[in-house]
Design a protein around this ligand. Structure first.
Ligand SMILES: *[C@@H]1O[C@H](CO)[C@@H](O)[C@H](O)[C@H]1NC(C)=O
Length: 215
């Protein structure tokens, strides 16, 4: 009986760990004090008496992002940095705009699963599973379609329609983080040695140098 209760409580404990990737809140809210110099995991809380509705609000996601850039895409994030009421709540949102042929290049979110809804246009989306399978899972989405990119996996989006495309993403972190693969690998500061990258990609060092050049 004691063993049974022990196993049951162990199960309950591990369930609590897997259901709460970010620590669960210990109060109704902890609106971020973005001016505080105190270093904690997340942001320190404002005095709850000073909290107003505006701290739980963000305006502007109806506005199209400027896609006049080499990628032809623009992300408008609404994370804890833009919406302090998100602090400790494990959630955020973003608007993504795509010009025709625009791409959000392969990237990962180290702290978030992403669920994307197409609001306008049509998108090719895809992600790749981890080693050793590296299976590519991809689909073309139309207006109203929803797709999920599992936590940490490399994924991308591409506008395959004739006009602009727009999508809204929910993310399971107040601060999902972004690792854009090209920037991380070829644009780090200082650079990773061309020797390492030439071996990693099994190409000549001159090719690595040309891949590093845009950064
Ligand atoms: C969009 O971005 C481009 C490139 O930075 C800039 O030249 C242009 O003025 C911007 N357009 C608007 C409407 O802000």
């Amino acid at each position: 009986m004691a063993l049974y209760i022990f196993l049951l409580s162990l199960l309950a404990f591990s369930f609590a760990l897997v259901t709460a990737f970010e620590p669960s809140p210990l109060q109704d809210f902890c609106v971020a004090d973005l001016t505080s110099s105190v270093r904690v995991n997340g942001q320190t809380c404002m005095d709850p008496k000073m909290v107003k509705a505006d701290h739980f609000s963000f305006s502007g996601l109806h506005l199209a992002g400027n896609t006049s850039n080499p990628l032809g895409s623009k992300v408008t994030p609404v994370t804890v940095a833009q919406l302090p009421g998100l602090n400790t709540l494990g959630i955020s949102v973003a608007r993504l705009d795509y010009a025709p042929k625009g791409v959000i290049p392969p990237h990962t979110h180290p702290r978030a699963t992403e669920v994307l809804t197409v609001i306008e246009g049509s998108l090719e989306v895809g992600f790749v599973t981890t080693n050793p399978d590296n299976r590519f899972i991809s689909k073309v989405l139309r207006k109203g379609d929803v797709f999920v990119f599992p936590l940490g996996l490399v994924h991308f989006q591409r506008n395959v329609g004739s006009g602009n495309a727009v999508s809204i993403s929910g993310l399971s972190s107040q601060n999902p983080g972004v690792n854009t693969i090209a920037n991380v690998v070829f644009g780090s500061n200082p650079s990773i040695s061309t020797d390492v990258l030439a071996k990693a990609f099994q190409v000549d060092k001159s090719i690595i140098k040309s891949l590093q050049a845009p950064f």
